[in-house]
Design a protein around this ligand. Sequence first.
Ligand code: COA
Length: 136
Amino acid sequence: MEIMEFSCPETVPELSRQAAELVLEIGNYKRTRGIDKILENMVDRTTVVAIDGSEQVIGTAGLRIVRAHIGMLEDVVSEPRRRRSGVGSSVVQAVENIARWQGISELVLASTREGVPFYKHLGYTQLAVRIFQKYL
Ligand SMILES: CC(C)(COP(=O)(O)OP(=O)(O)OC[C@H]1O[C@@H](n2cnc3c(N)ncnc32)[C@H](O)[C@@H]1OP(=O)(O)O)[C@@H](O)C(=O)NCCC(=O)NCCS
């Protein structure tokens, strides 16, 4: 598995399209947002993708800077057949590293129900029902 990052989806159209298709898997995105909205949301943030040996995106996560030193972890998803094999952890840890390099000291996120045990496992603190935070 290889980890890549990009900030400009137009420069990597195939990777960003595959990542956006994975993001459609999250919660009720399919009902509320189409693939174009997801791609639009990738502009002005950093997107991390995990790629398998056949150049397929098997996981993704996004980092948006919301305030000085505070980042939002967005659109975390792994390919359904690859879950519980470390892909989700790898993309989140890659985002955490990028955030540290950018001087971010705190990450916040809104989780799905499925994400709750996952973020606890990764050391995030639950602030409210689906809201998590971690100091880096
Ligand atoms: C949440 C999600 C990203 C986790 O991805 P993953 O690739 O399975 O994550 P990992 O394999 O790195 O899991 C790491 C640990 O998190 C915990 N964990 C992950 N998924 C879990 C689940 N469904 N139930 C309980 N614990 C879970 C486990 O402790 C796991 O370690 P283990 O497999 O050794 O027990 C994935 O289930 C997913 O894409 N879900 C749908 C989209 C979604 O809800 N994303 C969260 C958006 S905020």
